[in-house]
Design a protein around this ligand. Structure first.
Ligand SMILES: [Mg+2]
Length: 228
């Protein structure tokens, strides 16, 4: 029986890719860069690769926030201020939110039945703006953001910090739900809790990281929880 949930935020509860596309298009326009689909997806690919490097411990958060722009400008062969791009983008990103399909209904359904914690690898300044504008705080018991803790998922220390902070967590009765194999599922495994991959695009898993459970739609979670 599960009584405690750790939920990832980006692309599990909130649609980060949509928020990112909107914020980056506005940033591009301000910097006189064509906000084309091509340029936006180039940024997105660079950004993803830099966060993967953070998960592996190769880069710090501060480095990621800057290198994603310096690499982008390099790839586009243009010169722009990295500091200005960063400032603009981070401010814009913190201003908006879009829910993943079914996320709000899910939180409303689970609220009061489970202890619910958000476990995010984001940057506190940005995540707090998005959390506030989305109104999800009322559904969850506590929000953990890695930049405030000082360690990131998938490290065991991230979860140890959360468990210590809330107390009384029975790892056997705890489930981590998230869309990332490398941070959420590996993190849950490192922490000794059960894991559920949210895989809406049914992406093939080519890694050695195997989740205990997998869902393709958030609406599947309540019935899964009643069975395990
Ligand atoms: Mg995620």
């Amino acid at each position: 029986m599960i009584d405690t949930l750790f939920l990832d935020l980006d692309d599990t509860i909130l649609d980060f890719h949509k928020a990112e596309a909107v914020a980056i298009a506005k940033t591009f326009r301000s910097l006189d860069i064509e906000p084309s689909e091509e340029n936006i997806s180039l940024y997105s690919r660079i950004n993803d690769s830099q966060w993967k490097r953070l998960e592996k411990g190769e880069l710090t958060r501060e480095q990621v926030l800057s290198t994603r722009f310096s690499l982008l400008f390099e790839a586009l062969g243009i010169e722009r201020s990295v500091a200005m791009a960063r400032g603009l983008y981070e401010t814009l990103l913190g201003q908006g939110h879009f829910f993943i399909d079914g996320a709000e209904t899910l939180l409303r359904d689970l609220c009061g039945k489970y202890r619910i914690y958000i476990a995010s690898n984001g940057t506190a300044r940005i995540q707090k703006g998005r959390i506030e504008s989305s109104g999800i705080a009322k559904y969850v018991d506590r929000i953990f953001i890695s930049s405030e803790i000082g360690v990131n998922k998938p490290s065991k220390e991230f979860f140890d910090y959360c468990f210590d902070a809330v107390g009384g967590v029975d790892r056997e009765r705890t489930l981590m739900v998230g869309d990332s194999l490398s941070s959420d599922i590996l993190g849950g495994k490192n922490a000794g809790i059960k894991t559920c991959l949210y895989n809406p695009h049914k992406r093939e898993n080519t890694t050695q990281i195997i989740p205990d459970y997998e869902i393709h739609n958030l609406s599947e979670l309540p019935s899964l929880l009643s069975k395990i």
